[in-house]
Ligand binder design. Sequence first.
Ligand code: F6R
Length: 242
Amino acid sequence: MEIVIVPDAAAGGELIATAIADLLTGKPDALLGVATGSTPLPIYRALEAKVQAGTLDVSRARVCQLDEYVGLPDGHPESYREVLLREVLQPLGIPGERFIGPDGAAEDIAAAAIAYDRQLAEAGGVDLQLLGIGTDGHIGFNEPCSSLASRTRIKTLTEQTRVDNARFFDSLDEVPHHVLTQGIGTILEARHLVLLATGAAKAEAVAQTVEGPLSALVPASALQLHPHATVVVDEAAATHLK
Ligand code: F6R
C-alpha cells in the first residue's frame, strides 16, 4: 500500500486528478469508479479544470458508481446517480450512456445487485476506483463486519452513517436505511484503488486502515490485500499515523 500525505484536500484532489489524467492518456476508454460524499469533490473539480484547460480528454472515458441508496425514486436529487450526474458527468461532459450504476429503485434488489456485478465484469472491470472512508472505516457502504469477500448487495446503514449523511437531506428521517453497494470483494477487483481521506475526523479510521490488523471490523483495511492501493491523506487525517 502506498501512502501519500498532502498538505490539504485541494492538493489531494489535484494529485488524484493527475493520476486519472495519466490513466486516460494510456487508456482513453478506461472505466473510472467514482464515489460520492464530500471527500472526492476536490478531485472532480480538479478534473473539470483540466478538461476546461484542454489538458484532459475524457471523450472516451467511462464511469461507474460505487453505491446507491435503496428506495429513493428515480431522479431524486440525492440519489447517488443524480449526485454523480451533477458533480462528475455533466461538468466533465461525459454522456449518460457511458455511466453505469446499481439500480436502487429496482423491484428485485437482489437481482439488481447481481446484475451490477455482471455489468462491471462485462465492462472489462474497473481500472481505477476512487474511495472515501467513513469515520467507522467503511468503504462504499460496507459497514464494519462486512465480509471481506462480499459482492454487490443490499446493506443496512448504521445509525452513525445515516446521521453523517443527514446533511444532504432535509431531515434524518429522509435518509434511507438501505443501500446497494459494491462488496469489498467487488471493490478489490479494480485494478487500482485510490482512497482519499481528509480532515481530523478520519484520522483514527486512516490509522486503523493502514497500520491496524486486517479486520472486517475496519472494512478499509481490506486495501492491505490489494497489490495496487494508494491512500492519499491530508495532514489532518494523517495525525494518528505512527
Ligand atoms: C460514498 C461512499 C462512502 C463515503 C464515506 C465518506 O459513495 O462510498 O463510503 O466515501 O461515507 O463520506 P464523506 O466523503 O462525505 O466523508
